[in-house]
Ligand binder design. Structure first.
Ligand SMILES: [Zn+2]
Length: 382
């Protein structure tokens, strides 16, 4: 639906992402970094100023620093610098993790580094979770917010605001989270699947990444693709579940109900289980030390080989040649990600004649959540 309204919304999003990346920029600079023509930038900036999303900065652009990326000072003459409004919290962000729930008020000018003001251990039932959230809510500057945005693990029907399947957080399945939020705030609840939030955040923070597959290693292993600057969505509210690709001869039961899924080998828990079975290490710190001193054990090479096949299958299918690795693999010595990258390239058709990139990046979850909340609540389509 390439209507003019759709195009306007896309352009607004690109301008906001550029502002998130560079923090302060003039209209001329925005045109250069976003690739949008100057007259269009001027029109969109006027709309975003009227909506209170952008504000004109009172400080000059000279000597500015970009906290996210390269400075834009060299890109053009300073003129009327613009900033995202940072005067108030626009959203309450809630990351519902398997082990921890983290909460923070978020302005539009959200930091690239995840920062959470409140957290608690995720309890074992919806009722307990609601109680813990209620206990924190009164401490939050939630008056006048535009939305509550929640990041959730599992298979999430984002439009319906429901978790369909969540082996690691069973109480969230089918839970009416919107009803819980309605008791606390008139603002709407926006749900996003947690790996998709990471991919949206990555796309906003890294200027060059308009096409990539993000693969996150944590409690589970999941992926999300960004193609041509947009988060890939399939017809089902499920995608990127490459952690549940079975590995031949792997007998480990998976939380999903199947046997032998690759995430039982390369999730944090799976890696620790293998390390214990091979009497190599019983804690994550011991595993790190082992790799530093002796290199990758053979069992880990085999596990990473299996993960590489899953990732390469996704690249071959989607037509993408850039992989971003996030999560616990970034806590291991570089040799682990390097081995995975080499194995993945060996399985990727594009690598036979072209370049396939693979790099480790920090998680930009909060940025992704804010981007989604902005898309859903503040951008105008008319
Ligand atoms: Zn599984």
């Amino acid at each position: 639906m390439a209507t003019s309204a759709h195009l306007r919304k896309l352009n607004q999003k690109r301008i906001i992402e550029s502002m998130l990346r560079y923090r302060r920029a003039s209209r001329v600079e925005l045109s250069k970094v976003s690739g949008i023509s100057q007259p269009t930038v001027t029109r969109i900036v006027d709309q975003l100023l009227a909506a209170g999303i952008l504000v004109e900065s009172h400080t000059s652009l000279t000597g500015m620093e970009s906290t996210w990326s390269q400075p834009v000072g060299a890109l053009g003459r300073p003129s009327k610098p613009l900033e995202l409004d940072s005067s108030q919290a626009r959203f309450i962000a809630i990351q519902i993790g398997v082990h921890q729930t983290r909460i923070t008020p978020a302005p539009l000018a959200v930091s690239a580094q995840d920062q959470w003001t409140h957290s608690f251990d995720t309890p074992g039932s919806l009722g307990e979770w609601e109680q813990r959230l209620q206990g924190i809510w009164s401490k939050l500057p939630a008056r006048g917010i535009s939305a509550v945005v929640a990041s959730l693990p599992g298979v999430v029907d984002e439009l319906a605001g429901r978790v369909l399947f969540s082996p690691n957080l069973k109480w969230s399945q089918g839970a009416d989270l919107a009803a819980i939020i309605r008791k606390l705030s008139p603002a709407p609840l926006i749900c996003i699947q947690e790996i998709r939030a990471l991919a949206l955040g990555q796309a906003a923070v890294e200027p060059e990444s308009s096409d990539f597959l993000l693969v996150d290693f944590g409690t589970g292993v999941g992926a999300a693709a960004v193609t041509q600057g947009s988060l890939y969505s399939g017809p089902l509210p499920l995608s990127g579940e490459l952690g549940h690709t079975p590995v031949p001869n792997n007998a480990r039961p998976c939380g999903c109900g199947s046997t032998g899924c690759v995430e039982t080998l390369v999730s944090r828990k799976g890696l620790l289980q293998s390390a214990a079975e091979h009497h190599d290490a019983s804690t994550w710190a011991e595993l790190v030390t082992l790799i530093e001193q002796r290199g990758l054990p053979d069992w880990m090479k085999r596990s990473l080989d299996a993960a590489a096949i899953s990732i390469a299958s996704a690249l071959n299918m989607l037509g993408i040649r850039q992989v971003i690795l996030t999560g616990c693999i970034s806590e291991l010595p570089n040799v682990a990600a390097d081995y995975l990258a080499t194995a993945m390239r060996a399985d990727t058709l594009w690598a036979r004649f072209g370049e396939v990139g693979c790099k480790v990046a920090p998680r930009h979850r909060l940025v992704g959540m804010v981007i989604r909340a902005i898309e859903r609540t503040l951008l105008t389509a008319e």
